[in-house]
Structure formats: C-alpha cells, structure tokens
Design a protein around this ligand. Structure first.
Ligand SMILES: Cc1cc2nc3c(=O)[nH]c(=O)nc-3n(C[C@H](O)[C@H](O)[C@H](O)COP(=O)(O)OP(=O)(O)OC[C@H]3O[C@@H](n4cnc5c(N)ncnc54)[C@H](O)[C@@H]3O)c2cc1C
Ligand SMILES: *[C@@H]1O[C@H](CO)[C@@H](O)[C@H](O)[C@H]1NC(C)=O
Ligand SMILES: *[C@@H]1O[C@H](CO)[C@@H](O)[C@H](O)[C@H]1NC(C)=O
Length: 485
C-alpha cells in the first residue's frame, strides 16, 4: 500500500466544534486523530453525568434561526436545519436528533422590541415571514390556526408591579431543539467509518502541551504531548477544547472566557399519575419558550435570557438561565494573571448561585406553574466559551506558520450548527476567501474587551462571590417554597 500523503491533523476536543471540523476534514481526505480527556468512546458515551462540564454534553439545546440583524448566522442556521432534517431521515422515526417543536420568543413588554423587529425584518427579507407568528396579530393567529400552530401561541399573564400584563410574543415555527449528546455520538460514528482515530480518556487522551520546534519565524507546532507522556506528531493541530481552551493555549486568554450557565431539571410525576402533564409538555403540544431579561444589555439574541424545553421522553423539563454567566477565576501555575476556567468534572460541584435559582423560579411561576410544586431532579453549571463579541473564534493562531488552529468560542449558540459548522471551518483551514461569516470568526485580539470579559477577576460575576445552593439544599427548602435558602 502506498504511504499516505494526506496532511496529518490532530484535533484536541471531541465536542461539537472538534467533531464537526474533523468530519469535514476527513471527508476531504485528511488523516485525523481526535483526542479527548473524557472517554466518550467507552460505556455511556456522551451521556450527561453529574459533573459533566462540556457544553456539548447535554439533554437538549435550542435550535433557532432568529438572529436579529446577524443575517449570516440566520442563513447558517437554515443551512444547518436542512442537514438536521436529512439526519432525521437517515436515523428514522423515533431516533430524530432535531425536533421541530417551534419556539415562542416572549418579549419583555407588550410590544416587539428592537431586536425582535430586526429579526422579523431579516426573516421577511429572506421570504420567511410566514413561518413567524405574532401573538397580537389577527392575521397571524388566523394563519396559525389554518396551519395547526395556534395551540403553541401561548399567552401568559406576566406579573408586573402595576398589575398583570400579557406580553407580546412571536412563535417561530422553524425553531425547536436538538439532542447534542446524541448528535456528537452520531458524528463520532460517522468519523470512525471514515477511518478517523480516537484517543480518549484521562492521561492518554488528555492534552498536556504542544510540541513546538524552532523559534522566531521558524517556530512551528509539530504535534502534541499527552498526559501519559506520549508524543503524537501532526502537520496541523486544531485546539477545540471549548471552555478549557484558554487554560491550554495562553495566547487566547485575552479573547476567550469560560463562564457558567445555570441549569435546573424538574421531573414530572410518573406518567400514570399525571398523564395530563405529560401530554401538555410533550413537544407536539408545547414549544421551547425563551424569555429575555427585562433589562437586556446584550445586543445579541439570547444573550440575556431564561428558557425552557418541552419534556424529554423521560419526563424531564429543563430550564436554563443565562441572565448572569458566572466566571471561575483561578491562578494557574506559571501564570501571573488569574483566568476563568471550567470546574473540573471530579469537583462534582453542581450547586447554583441563588440568583439563578430565583430567576428560574420567577420564570417557572409564570410560564410553567405546574412545575412549581415538583421536586428538582438536578442542577448543573454548564460552561460557555465566551468571546469578546459572541462570535466564534475559528482561525490560525499567528506565530506558528499555520500549524496551530483555534476552533472554539461557541458563546452559547454553537450546538444548532453541529451538522455544518465544520464545513465552514474547513474553508478557513484551507484559506478560502473570507466570507462575512468567516470574517467574524477571525483572530481578533484588536477588539476592545466586551461581553463581560472586561470585568476580569474583580468583577461581580465570579462564582466565589455568589451565595450558592446545592440540589439537596433546594430539595430541603422545597425549592419553590419561599426564599428560605
Ligand atoms: C448552558 C449552555 C447552554 C447552551 N445552549 C445552547 C442552545 O440552546 N443552542 C445552541 O445552539 N447552543 C447552545 N450552547 C452552546 C453550545 O453548547 C456550544 O457552542 C458547543 O457545545 C461548544 O462545543 P465545543 O466543542 O466548543 O466545546 P465542549 O463541548 O466544551 O467540548 C470541549 C471538549 O474538549 C475536551 N477537553 C478539554 N480539555 C482537554 C484536554 N486538556 N485534553 C483533551 N480534551 C480536552 C473536553 O473534555 C470536551 O469534550 C449552550 C452552551 C451552554 C454552556
Ligand atoms: C438584515 O441584516 C443586515 C445586517 O446583517 C442589515 O444590514 C439589513 O438591513 C437587514 N435587513 C432588513 C430587511 O432589515
Ligand atoms: C512556513 O510553511 C511553509 C509551508 O509549510 C513553508 O514553505 C515555509 O518555508 C515556512 N516558513 C518558515 C519561515 O518556516
């Protein structure tokens, strides 16, 4: 057999960014080895366990194409949607990875806010306005009735200091949710079929350092060292380690920050005991709901929100809180400045800031009041990889003669793009002319700090400044009864 002349690529990180990239490179004939510290290739695979901190390991994530005036993400979302639907067909009934439940975008007043207007304008510009339904519009309600969507145009009485007010909302019937863990497992399977190698688990799959040769202009990365002391060589190393990336690649510390989102899961009573709740919250009957913080500072859709999903097959309802994203600053050995890092899986600390719990309680009492008396099943801190401007970071790192590539910065909205993300990453790796999209992903240390990164270790969002409650604390207090925490 002829020896391979395909470029040898190491991808560190087997989450969504690493897998999707590896997949499209493998499709193009690159020789791929994927490393991850977590043994996804054994036993439970991508199943969510207590202490899982990888953003891609989860029950469900929102699929939406509403992106304000960020038309390039809107288009990318619809590109992804086509492939999700293709995957659904490949997998067959009952195994779908994308659920078209629709999503209700609840406004924080009785009017459409500016961001919502921008979203609708760009949906209209792309000929998609008829997939969006405004609650207060008689025309839209009529159209929804004709098309079988009216039952998801839910009206909620939202308490206000001056009495009850029904808030405006828009139902997006192209939105829904995806199963990120299953999608990762599916992609990993496809990669294996294409001959990609996986080296996973602590020590042997764990990145320890880059192998760097030469200096100055001649400096280049020739592979990696893993924790077990082995060396692995490659022509190109792609770092796709999510929120751990700033720990591993010092150069990116200024532009990336690990922050924690808060998640609560509530279990419905057994189906026989509460068939009406199982029915009500099934995805055929119930949409994803997203409510924005009454005082949004972010200009990006979803940047300050609380959201919930329809129940899972197992009767779990997940509620996520990203009004405040918490940092976890530590001083790493050999570094003079503290950086924010994800909690390590072995820490097994799932307790949530009480601020998040209070926000989630208010959300539940308005949108999901049936859940208020039910026990909390689990809480979780799930780590985002934020960038200064909420766009991803997908580019070569300067100074290594194009042998080191960064692929991360999901900023809380990457999961929906799983099936096609890597196609565009490949374009950047192959130095295709920049598109508007890939321009946003460029290495951009020149940008002023924003998106909370300017706060640093002295800011108010550090986890050590939060009063927190464990799931046990919440259960003991009857998580919904008063504020006895
Ligand atoms: C709370 C929360 C809610 C979100 N909601 C949505 C949503 O509704 N819709 C949406 O589209 N997106 C959502 N996202 C964003 C989406 O989940 C992320 O963009 C995406 O999962 C990021 O994938 P990743 O591969 O970059 O990172 P990760 O999934 O974190 O993967 C990084 C991998 O690197 C590995 N790794 C780390 N260090 C090392 C090392 N030293 N050696 C080897 N391997 C290592 C880790 O084990 C991990 O497997 C959400 C994110 C969070 C945190
Ligand atoms: C859509 O978004 C772009 C920015 O990406 C903006 O320039 C344009 O005005 C928007 N289109 C409409 C019809 O609002
Ligand atoms: C950078 O890499 C290219 C191609 O791999 C090579 O031709 C060039 O000589 C390298 N430059 C330096 C300064 O090493």
């Amino acid at each position: 057999m002829a020896t391979s002349t395909k470029p040898k690529v190491i991808v560190v990180g087997a989450g969504i960014f690493g897998l999707s990239t590896a997949y499209y490179l493998a499709e193009d004939g690159y020789e791929i080895t994927i490393f991850d510290q977590h043994p996804y290739d054994r036993g439970d695979g991508y199943k969510l366990n207590p202490g899982s901190t990888a953003a891609s390991v989860d029950e469900n994530k929102i699929f939406r194409a509403s992106y304000g005036d960020e038309l390039y993400y809107q288009r990318l979302a619809y590109e992804a949607r086509e492939v999700w639907k293709q995957w659904n067909e490949e997998l067959g009934p009952g195994k779908e990875l994308f659920v078209e439940s629709a999503m209700l975008r609840v406004q924080h007043s009785s009017h459409l806010d500016e961001l919502e207007k921008k979203t609708l304008a760009n949906m209209t510009a792309e000929g998609l306005r008829d997939t969006q339904y405004i609650l207060s519009s008689d025309d839209d309600v009529q159209r929804a009735t004709g098309r079988g969507w009216a039952h998801k145009m839910l009206k909620f009485a939202i308490p206000k200091t001056d009495g009850q007010e029904t808030f405006e909302a828009v139902l997006d019937t192209t939105a829904g949710y995806v199963y990120p863990s299953q999608a990762c497992a599916y992609l990993a399977g496809k990669l294996r079929k294409k001959g990609a190698r996986f080296i996973e688990g602590s020590a042997k799959g764990e990145f320890a350092s880059l192998r760097v040769e030469g200096s100055g202009e001649l400096r280049r990365v020739t592979g990696i060292r893993t924790k077990d002391g082995e060396e692995h060589s490659a022509d190109l190393v792609i770092m796709a380690c999510g929120s751990a990336t700033p720990m591993l690649v010092p150069e990116v510390r200024r532009v990336l920050e690990a922050t924690a989102g808060s998640v609560v899961t509530v279990r419905l009573p057994p189906r026989e005991e509460a068939p009406e709740l199982w029915d009500k919250y099934a995805h055929d009957n119930w949409p994803v709901i997203i409510g924005h913080d009454p005082d949004p500072t972010g200009k990006t859709v979803g940047s300050r929100s609380i959201y919930s999903f329809p129940r899972t097959e197992d009767g779990l309802v997940k509620i996520g809180y990203r009004v405040t994203k918490y940092t976890n600053y530590v001083k790493l050995p050999g570094s003079d400045r503290p950086i924010s890092v994800p909690l390590q899986p072995e820490v097994d600390d799932t307790s949530l800031p009480i601020k998040s719990v209070e926000g989630i309680k208010t959300f539940v009492s308005t949108f999901l009041p049936d859940l208020a008396p039910l026990p909390i099943t689990a809480t979780r801190l799930c780590f985002y990889t934020d960038t200064v401007d909420n766009s991803w970071l997908i580019d070569y790192l300067p100074g290594y003669n194009d042998t080191l590539f960064i692929c991360t910065g999901g900023s809380g909205h990457g999961a929906k793009f799983t099936p096609i993300l890597g196609k565009h990453v490949r374009d950047v790796i192959q130095k295709k002319p920049k598109t508007e999209l890939t321009h946003h992903w460029r290495w951009r240390p020149e940008l002023p700090l924003g998106n909370g990164l300017e706060e640093g270790p002295d800011g108010p969002r550090t986890l050590d400044k939060q009063k927190r409650a464990s799931p046990e604390d919440l259960r003991r207090a009857g998580w919904f009864a008063g504020s006895h925490l």
